[in-house]
Design a protein around this ligand. Structure first.
Ligand code: G6P
Length: 608
């Protein structure tokens, strides 16, 4: 989703902003642009539809000089992803970049048009530039103009603004979309996240909702929504400037798939005591024994991790669980139990719908526990307890290693709650923990035998529709497999509980619709075999992920098999997630699609 950055310093700002935009690419975008204040104190802009390479070429034609600049990667919401709709937007003597959606833009536009103002783009963001220009003319003071503009905006925004004739000023603001300040020596920076700022500064302040800031080369002032000066802490960012290379892999997704074992291992290492081998999570601010219910919510892959968690928490910790995707839960009127727990799962900690649910459940007195990769994110700051995963930066739009790291944390949480609620004894706890600890080496094993995945990928790459089947705690892995395939290969895929096959999707099955089964030999394996027989009997081609024992039973039915190490049923969803994601990657290679930045998708979805 859109990324913004800003630089005010003493060196040419365009290359710095361009590098920051490269580091924001992972969020997903379809056009980009930069504006600078040149040495004559005039604003000049360069924008381009498509990828940053197009902007780079445009910059060769129109070099931008100056040591103050703002930049933007745009993920279109209002208006096509054309050069004309690309940010920065300039009106009169101001230029702005915006991440978010201005919900009252239509009424503002009408009002501004009635004042004789002429709009040149189809974006919601252009109203911000017009308001700023209007108030600057009235106030003759950029700070006052910015304050008045912010007061008029409804919706979500992270903003950076520059002003002609003011050669020591950069203004930023946030409301519902993230924005960070980076501190340098005689230079200051703005960025949507610390990753964008990584090569520029590791001293970071995360603005809070409603904050806006005035940056000069020498100083930073932060104000709240009422215009009162406020102090916000300066933190040291943990992402290093070197941490987002591809390390010799063809794509970030390939690299991140190979980082599954490290992500799982480091995540577990952080929460498992090396001596007692017991899981130690932060103490919850409630009594787990009397917890009435857990509500799990998230978006995308993180939601499927939560669904696996539902199976675990119900069967192992004996906890009632409510779950739904955040965009639905947010507008459902679910009665919440007194002192219940909400479990939110998010790689970025900035996803608008998940954040919306966090706030509404908090208002309903639910204890907020978040599982996050970016712990200093907005969700991190607003949660009662943060359970961090240690997946490292995830750049590929399609989530991979963050998913297994999320599952590892949820598994550890399940064991902890089960212990505290007395639903498992010490022996069972030790068994479950050791199954988790065995995982990284088993995943290494999976990643070093990918030939059968490649072979399965060849079959899938020919298909137009694919059906993924799962049962029990591996059902969400079928959903993850279907999502990943859709996301990066554009092949239509659907996931179904295998037992539901005969209630509808079986009518789709013929030679052209491969059926992918997530089939570890567990307690539901016999039922899965019957479901696959039903598909086979209708001419279906069966592709199965299974283990040695499963393979001997599936031999007669399956056209292709990926045989995985045998693991306990508890951790099977984590292990099986890896080859299922890898399958999508291999199909994408065969189809030649844009693996890391699939069309229309964004990494961090900061609008509803
Ligand atoms: C987007 C990404 C997905 C991700 C989802 C949730 O759709 O493309 O990969 O799973 O957002 O993101 P979060 O940061 O909340 O985990």
């Amino acid at each position: 989703m859109c990324g913004i950055c800003g630089v005010i310093g003493h060196r040419p700002a365009t290359p710095l902003v361009f590098e920051a935009l490269r580091r924001l690419e992972y969020r997903g975008y379809d056009s980009a642009g930069i504006a600078t204040l040149d040495n004559a104190k005039h604003i000049t802009r360069c924008r381009a539809a498509g990828k940053l390479d197009n902007l780079e070429n445009a910059l060769k034609e129109t070099p931008l000089e100056g040591s103050i600049a703002i930049g933007h990667t745009r993920w279109a919401t209002h208006g096509l992803p054309t050069t004309n709709n690309a940010h920065p937007h300039q009106v009169g003597k101001v230029a702005i970049v915006h991440n978010g959606i201005i919900e009252n833009f239509a009424s503002l536009k009408k009002e501004l048009e009635s004042l004789g103002r002429h709009f040149t783009t189809e974006t919601d963001s252009e109203v911000i530039a017009h308001l700023l220009d209007l108030y600057l003319r009235e106030e003759n003071d950029p700070q006052k103009a910015a304050f008045r503009t912010l007061k008029r905006l409804e919706g979500a925004y992270a903003l950076a603004m520059i002003f002609e004739d003011y050669d020591n000023l950069l203004i930023g603001a946030r409301h519902g979309a993230p924005l960070a300040i980076g501190y340098g020596e005689g230079e200051m920076f703005l960025g949507s996240d610390s990753l964008a700022l990584a090569p520029l500064s590791c001293q970071i302040t995360y603005l809070e909702d409603g904050d806006w800031c005035v940056l000069t080369r020498e100083a930073v002032q932060i104000f709240d929504f009422d215009g009162q000066k406020v102090e916000r802490p300066i933190q040291t960012a943990s992402f290093s400037s070197g941490s987002i290379g591809k390390d010799g892999y063809k794509h970030f997704m390939e690299k991140e798939l190979h980082e599954h074992p490290v992500a799982i291992g480091q995540t577990l290492q952080r929460i498992i005591d090396p001596v007692t081998r017991r899981i130690t999570l932060p103490s919850p601010p409630f009594d787990p024994a009397s917890l009435p219910r857990i509500t799990i919510t998230a978006c995308g892959s993180a939601y499927y991790a939560g669904l696996v968690g539902r199976y675990w928490l119900e069967s192992i910790a004996k906890l009632p669980v409510e779950s739904d995707v955040a965009s639905e839960l947010r507008y459902r009127d679910v009665p919440q139990p007194n002192q219940g727990m909400a479990l939110l799962i998010s790689q970025s900690g900035e996803t608008a719908d998940t954040l919306g649910v966090l706030r509404s459940l908090k208002a309903q007195n639910q204890h907020i526990v978040s599982i996050l990769n970016v712990e200093h994110s907005t969700m991190g700051r607003e949660s009662d307890v943060v359970l961090g995963m240690v997946a490292g930066p995830e750049i590929s739009v399609a989530s991979t290693k963050a998913f297994t790291a999320q599952l590892s944390v949820i598994a550890a949480l399940t064991i902890t709650l089960a212990r505290l609620r007395g639903t498992i004894d010490d022996k069972r706890e030790a068994e479950l923990t050791s199954h988790l600890l065995d995982l990284p080496s088993k995943v290494v094993d999976v990643l070093s035998h990918i030939d059968s995945i490649k072979s399965m990928a060849r079959v899938i790459s020919q298909a137009r529709d694919v059906l993924f089947l799962g049962r029990g705690s591996c059902m969400p892995i079928a959903q993850e497999g279907a999502l990943k395939l859709k996301e990066i290969t554009y092949i239509h895929a659907e996931a179904y509980p295998a037992g539901e096959l005969k209630h509808g999707p079986i009518s789709l099955i013929d030679q052209t619709v491969p059926v992918v089964a997530i089939a570890p030999s567990n307690i539901l394996f016999d039922k899965m075999i019957s479901n696959l027989q039903e598909a086979k009997a209708r001419g279906g081609r069966i592709l199965a992920f299974t283990d040695e024992a499963g393979a001997s039973r599936l031999e007669a039915i399956a056209d292709e098999m990926v045989i995985l190490p045998t693991v306990d049923a508890f951790v099977a969803p984590i292990l099986y997630a890896v080859p299922v994601q890898y399958l999508a990657y291999e199909v994408a290679l065969l189809k030649g699609t844009d693996v890391d930045q699939p069309r229309n998708l964004a990494k961090s979805v900061t609008v509803e």
